[in-house]
Design a protein around this ligand. Structure first.
Ligand code: 5GP
Ligand code: MG
Ligand code: MG
Length: 205
């Protein structure tokens, strides 16, 4: 349970991910190189973006700072509830700074459309979004970038629930170094009503 044996197919390998992350970092570095002023702030959306953020910033060739926000919009299910809440806020003062919001997936768009105005209200001069995966087919909410910020994405993702490279299902699979689709029987089992996590773990491990 929680291992590679639960994966039906791999969408992007570790090597493909590394190559694409390097390209994104070069593009972002090139776009922000002329931006005079304080370090660029890379804001990861916890927890899913943690691996992507770590790999991305290692390849950015600009002075930068890193911070996190935490947003609650998913329980253990796979659908956004449409009303994300910021449950953990920035520690860094972003007033007068360029911000790159780093996400694992932009799906319905609810999360980024909640966070962009929040970052703007805190005084960011520009807000870009860099998402590892983008699921445009599932977009429900349109969002506006701030101050000439851009939208960067690693890969366009098909309309399937994916795990790995930071992304979870019920907090599992984040450590897989690739991105894959879960076997349907694993998902079906984990969404059984009344199925308590401790029970699932004992039963399936
Ligand atoms: P939103 O619907 O607000 O754009 O996306 C909210 C969050 O849902 C994403 O940042 C991501 O953490 C999670 N999410 C969306 N699609 C998937 C998916 O296929 N797999 C996983 N593990 N998380 C997803
Ligand atoms: Mg996320
Ligand atoms: Mg999740």
């Amino acid at each position: 349970m929680g291992s590679e044996f639960d994966i039906e197919r791999i969408l992007w390998t570790e090597q493909e991910i590394a190559g694409r992350v390097a390209e994104l970092a070069a593009e972002i570095s090139g776009d922000l190189i002329g931006a005079a002023g304080p370090p660029v702030v890379f804001v990861g959306v916890a927890t899913g973006a943690f691996l992507f953020l770590a790999d991305l910033v290692r390849r950015i060739t600009l002075p930068l700072a890193v911070d996190f926000v935490r947003v609650e919009s998913y329980g253990s299910g796979t659908e956004s509830n449409g009303a994300p809440k910021i449950s953990g806020d920035l520690k860094i003062d972003i007033r007068g700074k360029h911000v790159v919001l780093v996400e694992d997936i932009v799906d319905t768009g609810n999360t980024v459309s909640c966070l962009i105005p929040h970052l703007r209200a805190k005084g960011a001069i520009s807000v870009s979004v860099c998402t590892f995966l983008d699921k445009p087919a599932r977009r429900k909410v349109h969002f506006e970038l701030v101050g000439g910020g851009k939208f960067y994405r690693g890969f366009e993702c098909p309309d399937s629930f994916v795990v790995g490279y930071g992304m979870d299902y019920d907090e599992l699979y984040r450590n897989l170094p690739y991105v894959g689709v879960l076997k349907p029987e694993i998902r079906a089992f984990l969404v059984l009503p009344g199925c308590q996590r401790g029970f699932k773990r004992r039963f399936l491990s």
